[in-house]
Design a protein around this ligand. Structure first.
Ligand code: FMN
Ligand code: SF4
Length: 633
């Protein structure tokens, strides 16, 4: 029986790793003049302290032509070396191995402005670009080798153990190693020998060299398993490790619709093709999947977002404290927006660059003037739950009330929708924490101000409600509460968005298709659809909706004054009567009316009860309310 487990040490060439957790490349964007800032260094120190054994630092640009964003680490510049060294030392000090990823996008721009013409191994156009790249000349290839060597020297001077070559997700080295992009066998052989030369020279400097490759998407620039084997045949005698992942630029960071690590079942095949220390990454969330990956042949499990949500994840799992891991829900809402720097919707400890904490504050109705030994929290949504566990951890007596018979508030409704399983993880986390901390939770109880007048502090976290729909229609909440069964006999349904392109109306559309509805007409007063959801999730959503009978109507809204219930095209002012089929209209979300709390306790309002917004606001305000109360001695 194979007994490999996550706590085992593993050797990467001459380096011994303390366990099987690798932080795959990501970045904070907290960069000053191309060099890591103190904020960035503190972040990575936290990840190393959390127990990851190998840390691959992302966002490292090989040269000015490669990545065009301003917040890249400019690895090619000697001026960046001192701060890079501080960062590598901070990582090593906590027992992790620092590797620096080297990146050139080649033919990809992703719609950002460019200073230089893009180049690639051939002139084959990327499916994400409007024009073809310039095929690399011999001189370009020499420059590419030279830029890797310059970056390698800087990485070494900055005390990194090694570098990771980025050949995944359609980046330049991936383009070069892809038969589809590079074209002829002769040209492919030249490209492979260039990559081999780069690896060889970097190894001769004394650096470890890993490579990141994407499996799948062979008609883009990914590799199938046999191509992976062929590619590695030519490099494996030199490489320190291979990091195998999935996906192409534009949609490669999977959202919560991916519930199982996409490579988990392929690991035995990948293992066979790969005679090297192997990192398998993407969408690992559960300990069981991570253990299965190691047993199936992965030497390391690669994690990025789970460590953004909970840097202590490796230590907690190794200490059998899985329930204490604050889970990444794969929402991609904060971490993939890069505004203004790395943030996380579920982790209020992660501050924007330049701030000590994530900004957010409760609405103070009556300030706290005495220590809050007993706290009543009205509302068991994410805001109330975050406040509850934070106060209870500080030893306060906490009672949470909710009129519903379950915790979660609006989050529970979102979690019930197809492809939104991530939210269930967050609810499970809060449920486990309430139990562990022995928080008193009274469900099914509508509370009046007098009921909580004896507490030292009251937190109002009652959330928000959707305004009623026009007569004869349902609003989104009513449709979701009615559930898929109510629509299973409807051949067609119309959903009218509010034009902000946010998840709630999309939730209803996905529920309707899962219920068996053959045609959904989705109308929006805006000229674009789903503008409010993260770009990568939009691509994944569209691939789920493809071929399912969705009819999109832009610049169209619902009216029922003159013509009866109709869709109105805002540009042509044409009216199309709606008769016969159910109509679901997104209506404004409004904070629930606040209850009047008699004088005595302090009163703070948090989350949607202040103003309906996102989960991230609710969690942050829950935490900040608890901190305010804890601060009063
Ligand atoms: C904020 C952020 C930045 C990232 N930057 C990089 C990068 O610079 N290079 C890279 O290869 N992958 C990058 N990734 C992708 C991650 O390494 C990882 O493959 C992806 O998030 C999926 O794995 P996960 O489910 O463990 O998060 C980034 C991901 C995130 C969330
Ligand atoms: S923002 Fe969402 S996807 Fe990103 S790390 Fe946090 S929970 Fe995960």
């Amino acid at each position: 029986m194979n007994t490999r487990c996550l706590s085992d040490t593993v050797d990467l060439g001459e380096w011994r790793l303390r366990n099987r957790f690798a932080a795959t490349a990501h970045g904070t964007g907290a960069v000053v003049h191309g060099a890591p800032s103190d904020h960035d260094i503190r972040y990575w120190e936290g990840v190393a302290r959390g127990g990851a054994a190998l840390i691959v630092l992302g966002g490292g640009a090989l040269g000015p032509t490669g990545i065009r964003q301003a917040n890249r680490t400019e690895v090619w510049r000697a001026e960046a070396v001192p701060a890079m060294r501080d960062r590598a030392r901070a990582i090593s000090r906590h027992g992790a191995l620092p590797f620096l990823q080297l990146t050139d996008l080649g033919r990809e721009t992703l719609g950002t402005e460019t200073f230089y013409a893009t180049r690639s191994s051939s002139d084959r156009r990327s499916p994400r670009e409007a024009v073809s790249p310039v095929p690399m000349s011999d001189s370009d290839l020499e420059d590419l080798i030279a830029s890797h060597l310059r970056a390698g020297r800087n990485a070494l001077a900055a005390e990194h153990v090694g570098v990771e070559l980025h050949a995944a997700h359609g980046y330049l080295l991936g383009q070069m190693l892809s038969p589809h992009v590079t074209g002829s066998a002769a040209r492919l052989s030249v490209m492979r020998s260039v990559v081999r030369q780069i690896v060889n020279e970097l190894r001769r400097m004394g650096l470890g060299v890993g490579i990141r490759l994407s499996v799948g998407d062979t008609s883009d620039s990914g590799l199938d398993i046999s191509m992976l084997g062929e590619t590695l045949d030519e490099l494996s005698d030199l490489l320190t490790y291979v990091n195998v992942t999935v996906g192409m630029r534009g949609a490669y960071v999977r959202d919560m619709s991916t519930e199982r690590p996409p490579l988990l079942d392929l690991i035995p095949l990948v293992r066979e093709a790969c005679p090297l220390p192997l990192i398998v990454s993407h969408a690992f969330r559960d300990r069981e999947d991570m253990e299965d990956a190691v047993v199936a042949g992965a030497d390391l499990v690669g994690l990025a977002r789970p460590l953004i949500a909970e840097p202590q994840l490796p230590n907690l799992l190794l200490a059998d404290r899985e329930d204490d891991v604050r889970p990444c829900v794969s929402c991609n809402e904060d971490c993939r927006s890069f505004l203004p720097s790395l943030l996380c919707s579920v982790n209020p400890d992660l501050a924007p660059f330049g701030e000590a904490a994530r900004p957010g504050s409760p609405w103070v109705i009556r300030p706290s003037t005495k220590p809050a030994r007993s706290v009543s929290i009205i509302g068991a949504g994410p805001a109330g739950l975050e406040a509850a566990i934070s106060l209870r951890s500080a030893g306060r007596d906490v009672t949470v009330y909710d009129a519903r018979d379950h915790i979660g508030g609006a989050l529970a409704m979102a979690a019930s929708v197809p492809h939104r399983a991530g939210w269930r993880r967050l609810l499970d986390y809060y449920r486990n924490q309430l139990e562990r901390l022995d928080v008193e939770v009274r469900l099914g109880q509508r509370v009046a101000g007098e009921d909580v007048a004896e507490a030292d502090a009251v937190i109002l976290a009652g959330g928000s409600e959707e305004a009623p729909a026009p007569p004869g229609c349902m609003n989104l909440t009513e449709a979701l509460l009615a559930g898929p069964e109510s629509f299973s006999n409807c051949p067609s349904v119309t959903v009218v968005d509010d034009g902000f392109g946010w998840w709630p109306s999309t939730n209803v559309v996905e529920m309707l298709f899962d219920a068996g509805v053959k045609q959904v007409t989705f109308a929006s007063p805006s000229t674009s659809f789903w503008a409010g959801i993260p770009a990568e999730s939009r691509v994944q959503l569209m691939s789920r909706l493809r071929g399912r009978g969705l009819r999109l109507l832009a610049a169209t809204t619902f009216v029922n004054e003159v013509t009866g219930a109709s869709l109105c095209n805002l540009l042509g002012a044409e009216f199309t009567p709606l008769d016969g089929e159910p109509v679901i209209v997104a209506s404004e979300r409004r904070s629930v009316p606040l209850i009047d709390v008699p004088s005595g306790p302090s009163v703070h309002v948090i989350g949607d009860a202040v103003q309906p917004r996102k989960v991230a606001h609710a969690i942050t305000e829950g935490r900040r309310a608890a901190e305010l109360l804890r601060a009063v001695k």
